[in-house]
Design a protein around this ligand. Structure first.
Ligand code: MN
Length: 433
C-alpha cells in the first residue's frame, strides 16, 4: 500500500535527467520536481515544473499529448492540481519523472523547456485563506520570555497548536520588495503611541504548508487522514513589525504587525517529493502532556516530521555594493516543531472549519534551542539589546532599508538525493508617505 512516506522509482538517487543542469543541482534535481506558476518571456501564466536551471511547461506537455490530459494542469494556478487526490498526484509525478529521465524523450520535450532565469514566477496558487501557527517551541520560549519573563509558555501551548488567521492578499512571491510599514507603536515609558514607520522590522523563518484536498464545512479531518490533505511545502518569511506587535497583540493577537507583507518561495515542493525525508517526530520532554486523542496517531509520530535544514541569510545594500557574500544569520532543523504539519491540519479543521485547496498554513517561526538556530532577529538580538555586526561593520538590532533577507531549505536523508526549496528572498524599501 502506498503511504505518504512510501518512495518509488522517482526518488531513486541513481535516476538522472537528460536536462544537464539537473545533475547535482542543489535545489531541483530530478528527484524534486516542484510545481510552480510561471510566465515565459512575458507570456501568459501557466503551470511548470522546475528541473535544474530550467522550467518544464506542463500545460504545453498536456497540449502536446506528452502528459495525460487533466484540466487541472491547464489552469494558471495550482489550486485544481493541489485538489487532486494523492494517488493522482503520485501518478502525475511518475509521468513527469519518466519524461525528464528518458533520453528518448529529449528531442520531443526540449521545445517545452524554458530557461528559468528568463521566466517570471508568480504565486503558485490563489490563496483563499492563510493561517499562521506558533509550533516552533524554542521560538515560543524565546519570545515569550521577552514579553513575559516569568511565564514564557502559556498553559495552553502544549495542548493546542496555537495559531491565528492571517491575511492572504499581502502574500507575495520571492523577489518582490516590501515597503517598510507604518503603524502605531508606544515606547514603554511614553504616555501615548505615535504613528510612523516601524523601528523594529523583523523576519520570521517559517515553513508554509499548502493545503491539498479540502474538507466540507462541519466535517473535521482525522489525524490519520491529514497527510492526504497536504499538497506540498514552501518557505515563508512572516515579516513582522515588533513595535506594532507589542502594542497591539493583546487581547486578540497579531494584526497589522504581520499582515503588511509575507514572502513565500514560489516552488511547491510536493508532499510526494518529501516522502524520503519524513522522519519521526521527536519525543516530547518528560512531564509534557500527551496530545489529546484527536491529535494523537502513532503513524504521525513515526513519520510525521520533516528532515529539513533551514537557513537565513542577510545582505545589506552596502554588502551588495561591495560584492560581499550573504551573511548566514542562522541555520537549524525543521524538526524543532512541537506539533507536526499533520497535527496543524487536523487541529485547524477540528471544529469543522473548511480548509480549501491552495490555502496556506504557516508553521510559525522555527528556532533551535541555541543562538545559531534562532529564526528571527528579535531572538538573535535579544529584543534589540544585542545588535549583530555585519561583515561591513554595520550593526543590526532590526532590519534596515535596503536589507535583503533570504531563506533556504534543504531536505536530506541517507541513501537519497538531497532536494532544496529554491529561494525565498525580498528587499526592504523605505516607508512611504
Ligand atoms: Mn509568524
Amino acid at each position: 500500500m502506498t503511504r505518504w512516506w512510501t518512495t518509488d522509482e522517482t526518488h531513486d538517487p541513481a535516476r538522472t535527467s537528460w536536462v544537464e543542469s539537473a545533475q547535482g543541482h542543489g535545489d531541483f534535481p530530478i528527484q524534486n520536481l516542484p510545481y510552480g506558476v510561471f510566465s515565459p518571456n512575458g507570456a501568459e501564466a501557466r503551470i511548470g515544473v522546475a528541473i535544474g536551471d530550467m522550467i518544464l511547461d506542463l500545460a504545453a506537455c498536456v497540449e502536446a499529448g506528452l502528459i495525460a490530459r487533466d484540466a487541472a494542469l491547464l489552469h494558471p494556478t495550482l489550486n485544481a492540481l493541489m485538489a487532486l487526490p494523492g494517488v493522482m498526484r503520485r501518478s502525475l509525478r511518475r509521468a513527469i519523472s519518466a519524461l525528464l529521465s528518458d533520453p528518448a524523450m529529449r528531442a520531443t520535450v526540449t521545445p517545452h523547456l524554458h530557461v528559468a532565469g528568463d521566466c517570471t514566477l508568480h504565486l503558485p496558487a490563489q490563496i483563499g485563506d492563510y493561517s499562521d501557527f506558533y509550533v516552533g517551541i524554542h521560538h515560543a520560549n524565546n519570545i515569550g520570555r521577552q514579553f513575559r519573563p516569568d511565564n514564557p509558555l502559556l498553559p495552553n501551548y502544549k495542548y493546542v497548536p496555537i495559531g491565528y488567521h492571517g491575511r492572504a492578499s499581502s502574500i507575495r512571491p520571492s523577489g518582490e520588495a516590501l515597503v517598510r510599514p507604518c503603524g502605531q507603536r508606544k515606547a514603554p515609558d511614553a504616555d501615548a503611541p505615535v504613528y510612523g514607520p516601524t523601528a523594529r522590522l523583523d523576519y520570521e523563518l517559517e515553513l508554509g504548508v499548502w493545503v491539498g484536498p479540502g474538507n466540507d464545512l462541519g466535517s473535521p479531518i482525522g489525524i490519520h487522514d491529514a497527510a492526504e490533505h497536504i499538497a506540498g511545502f514552501c518557505l515563508l518569511n512572516d515579516w513582522s513589525a515588533r513595535d506594532f506587535q507589542a502594542w497591539e497583540y493583546q487581547p486578540l493577537g497579531p494584526f497589522l504587525a504581520k499582515n503588511f507583507h509575507s514572502t513565500i518561495s514560489p516552488w511547491v515542493v510536493t508532499a510526494e517529493a518529501m516522502a524520503p525525508f519524513r522522519i519521526a517526530q521527536p519525543a516530547r520532554p518528560d512531564g509534557d502532556p500527551a496530545p489529546l486523542p484527536y491529535l494523537a496517531d502513532p503513524v504521525d509520530q513515526a513519520h510525521g516530521a520533516l528532515g529539513l535544514t533551514l537557513a537565513v541569510y542577510l545582505t545589506s545594500a552596502t554588502m551588495r555594493a561591495e560584492g560581499m557574500a550573504p551573511m548566514r544569520l542562522s541555520h537549524g532543523p525543521a524538526s524543532n516543531m512541537y506539533w507536526t504539519v499533520q497535527q496543524i491540519v487536523t487541529h485547524h479543521a477540528s471544529n469543522g472549519c473548511n480548509l480549501m485547496p491552495g490555502d496556506l498554513l504557516g508553521t510559525g517561526t522555527i528556532s533551535a534551542p541555541l543562538r545559531e538556530g534562532f529564526g528571527s532577529l528579535m531572538e538573535l538580538s535579544a529584543g534589540g539589546k544585542e545588535p549583530l555586526t555585519l561583515p561591513t561593520g554595520e550593526t543590526r538590532a532590526f532590519l534596515a532599508d535596503g536589507d535583503e533577507v533570504m531563506l533556504r531549505a534543504v531536505a536530506r536523508a541517507d541513501g537519497f538525493m538531497s532536494i532544496g526549496f529554491g529561494e525565498c528572498r525580498a528587499q526592504i524599501l523605505p516607508a512611504r508617505g
